[in-house]
Unconditional design. Sequence first.
Length: 264
Amino acid sequence: MVQRVQKRKTVNAEEISRFSALAGQWWNPSGPMAPLHKLNPVRLDYIKTKISAHFKDHKKPKSDDRHSASLRERSPAASEHISILDIGCAAGLVSENLAVWGAQVTGIDASEELIAAAQHHAKENKVSVTYRASDVDALVAAKETYDVVLALEIIEHVDEQAHFVKQAAKLLKKNGLMIFSTLNRSPKGFLLGIVASEYILRWLPRGTHDWRQFVKPSELSGWLSVAGMNTDDIVGLCYNPLSGTFSINASDVDVNYIITSTRS
């Protein structure tokens, strides 16, 4: 008897439908994605800093190529020739900014509506980004790889989370850099990530998040380790209600946090 193995899928159709309905409002800083607009500047600064620091040691110039100077010889924001994959890019808040920074960016999302919104916004702003309605399993099957793989605020919305991490790691080139950001399944994560954000402050539509899908840093680090990755940095993203801004906090990962990892 031949045993059939069920193919694992990471895409959650219900989640895709929920976010697709918001595609037309994604770039509105006062709309339903307002928290992402507040979060984005500090998140982007962190990502750019990590990329610049990492590739100072791994993007060496070839002796016969005068145009491939290392990042050490450039400004801290130099990013040319670095390929970045933004998994769950939505309408492109991160992808477009990194493309303006100079990186070669590919953004994927399982929502065709969000990809269409991302393409429209990039075209209007004359920014070159490759957007595709796709998922990690399809890219792994196509044997694609990138210098940097980002999975920002996406793992809490997918099925088969450990499998998702494993597949994402397969898309990373040797000496590449992987960055995840998500919400911690902690009591504080529930109170601030759901109760405050969706019911009290009404930053997000109710039902945007399911606390059971939040991921503890120890869980994510464990899945990364199984996938052959080393966890190099874990920091929190903390909100200050007085200033209305987010900031990096290395000692508080109870709600939003970022994990940076490299290949073992």
